[in-house]
Design a protein around this ligand. Structure first.
Ligand code: NAD
Length: 519
């Protein structure tokens, strides 16, 4: 990370309004193959969520810098799009090895800036690495189609071709995995790429960019800019950018989808969620309770596929006290501390928001069965910690049910039957993920078929598909036509050219012009 950051002097306020100079690393821009210091006068602090210490700063790139980055992408596209698919594939073979070699370093950066535990941070890198590994199948994935002899001597075939400069706008919660859903898929297809990582966790993306350069990606094939709204608007508006991949909140995702689409770009927008885990009374109790607790509180609930809502059916309602006991046993600590299960939330604002959503439950008649609001973590008293929290007696009209909490909070609803549970899930506007826990195949099948959610787990709590499939969130969790990675991802990052050719034998030459529509 010292390669992609540099120590700079920065004025920081002291008590009583005095100012002093202190040194914090500044995040570079990656433009045309060089890690450059931004000339911006507008910078944001990066915090360690376990302590709230300022650990670095990130620029809001200037218009000039953003233009330089997209121009670099446009220039590089001319040669990269013509580079042989085998040469592109080789770069990604080297890239996947470099990610494996640097997984610990990448994970450390994630834990430092994002807060999740080191083991979970390695999982974050690993799930992104799997997408990179999948891009190495580009020679099969980019195959076109042919149909010979459509009519006499006539054949039709299609090519799958890149579309130009593409851009990715990433969220804070998966600093490695989500950028790796984006630029490797786009670039292996022959596009060049402009990435805007989350301004809260830019370090990991910068190391990923460095590793891609080391793997042999030519200058300009990947550019990285930083910033917030101005950078996002720039991406939505610049005419050279043909496609945008976005992952993040609904507020930003709907906006980017609309603004990008209006400007004629392809946009795929993965957004927020409220994922339900439906527990049938015939489920394997031990397994189900452990899976629920892991999926609700892992990564401090800051996963778009976290199981944030449980629906207990029939006698499974009696399992609630045991669920609470298991959640209580999780250890809340800084992500780099041995044995930590639940790390801090990303910011004091996120902590405050989560705490106030828990409070709405209290005020609206729910029952807080396990309250993590006043958790104290020794040695990390300033961190953004919230302990595992379980809210029972929740109904669908309550704020804590309707809002995506994005914290270590499990809200628990009860239902009489599977039909009632399906009704609840289908009435919720989000459609990212869900899981059913049961030993009854017919119940599992009924649920999978009737529930209107894009990703369903049967005894699998977090059913994020591997990259040979696609990430298929639906309804309020997705805007666009083609999903991330897998075949859908290749479709998003390519366009089709269809060639119809006729090579006639000489004696079949047309004797006069054919003016009717050929049939
Ligand atoms: P966010 O929307 O705040 O930020 C995502 C990106 O958008 C960042 O790069 C940010 O700079 C930019 N941005 C933020 N607000 C914006 C605005 N008003 N206008 C334009 N751009 C804006 O999201 P986050 O807090 O970083 O991430 C958490 C959210 O992401 C949760 O809602 C979570 O469910 C969602 N998420 C979804 C998926 C998925 O695949 N469906 C995966 C991960 C996270």
């Amino acid at each position: 990370s010292t390669l992609v950051r540099s120590l700079v002097k920065k004025r920081v306020p002291l008590q009583m309004g005095r100012m002093c100079y202190s040194s914090v690393p500044s995040t570079k821009l990656f433009i045309d193959g060089k890690f450059v210091e931004s000339k911006s006068s507008d910078w944001l602090d990066i915090h360690n969520p376990a302590t709230n210490e300022v650990i670095g700063r990130v620029p809001k790139a200037t218009q000039e810098e953003m233009l330089a980055a997209v121009d670099s992408c446009s220039q590089a596209y001319k040669t990269w799009s013509e580079t042989s698919v085998l040469a592109r594939q080789q770069i990604f073979f080297r890239y996947q090895q470099l990610i494996k070699d640097n997984i610990k370093e990448l994970a450390k950066l994630i834990t430092l800036e994002q807060g999740k535990t080191l083991a979970d941070a390695e999982g974050d890198v690993f799930r992104g690495l799997q997408v990179v590994e999948h891009t190495c199948s580009v020679t099969s994935l980019m195959l076109g189609e042919t149909l010979p002899s459509l009519t006499k001597d006539m054949d039709t075939y299609t090519y799958r071709l890149p579309i130009g400069v593409c851009a990715g706008i990433a969220p804070f919660n998966f600093p490695a995995m989500i950028p790796l859903w984006m630029f490797p898929m786009g670039m292996v297809c022959g596009n060049t790429y402009l990435l805007k990582p989350s301004e809260r966790v830019p370090g990991c993306a910068m190391l990923l960019a460095k590793l891609l350069q080391d793997a042999g990606a030519p200058d300009g094939t990947l550019n990285v800019i930083h910033g917030q709204h101005d950078a996002v608007n720039f991406i939505c508006d610049h005419p050279a950018i043909k496609a945008i991949s976005f992952v993040g909140s609904n507020q930003a995702g709907e906006y980017i989808y609309e603004r990008g689409s209006k400007n004629g770009k392809r946009v795929q927008s993965n957004m927020g969620a409220k994922n339900h885990g439906v527990v049938m009374p015939d489920a394997n109790k031990e397994n189900t309770l452990n899976q629920l607790v892991g999926a609700a509180f892992g990564a401090a609930g800051q996963r778009c596929m976290a199981l944030s809502t449980a629906i207990l059916i029939g006698e499974a309602r009696d399992w609630l006290p045991e669920l609470v006991e298991r959640a209580k046993s999780l250890r809340v600590n800084a992500g780099d501390q041995p044995g930590a299960d639940v790390g801090p939330l990303i910011s004091p604002q996120a902590k405050e928001r989560v705490n106030s959503l828990i409070q709405t439950g209290v005020e609206e008649g729910a029952k807080v069965l396990l309250d993590g609001r006043d958790v104290k973590v020794k040695g990390y008293e300033n961190g953004n910690f919230v302990g595992p929290t379980i809210i029972g007696n929740v109904t669908t009209d309550m704020t804590c049910y309707k809002e995506e909490i994005f914290g270590p909070v499990l809200v628990v609803l009860e239902a009489e039957s599977l039909d009632d549970a399906i009704e609840i899930v289908n009435s919720n506007p989000y459609g990212n993920g869900t899981a059913i826990f049961t030993t009854n195949g017919a119940a599992a099948r009924k649920y999978s078929h009737e529930v209107d959610v894009g990703q369903i787990g049967v005894n699998v709590p977090i059913p994020v598909p591997l990259p040979m499939f696609s990430f298929t969130g639906s309804r309020g969790s997705f805007r666009g036509d083609t999903n991330f990675y897998g075949k859908q991802g290749i479709q998003f990052y390519t366009q089709i050219k269809t060639i119809t050719s006729q090579w006639k034998a000489e004696d079949a030459t047309l004797k006069s012009p054919a003016v009717t529509m050929p049939t």
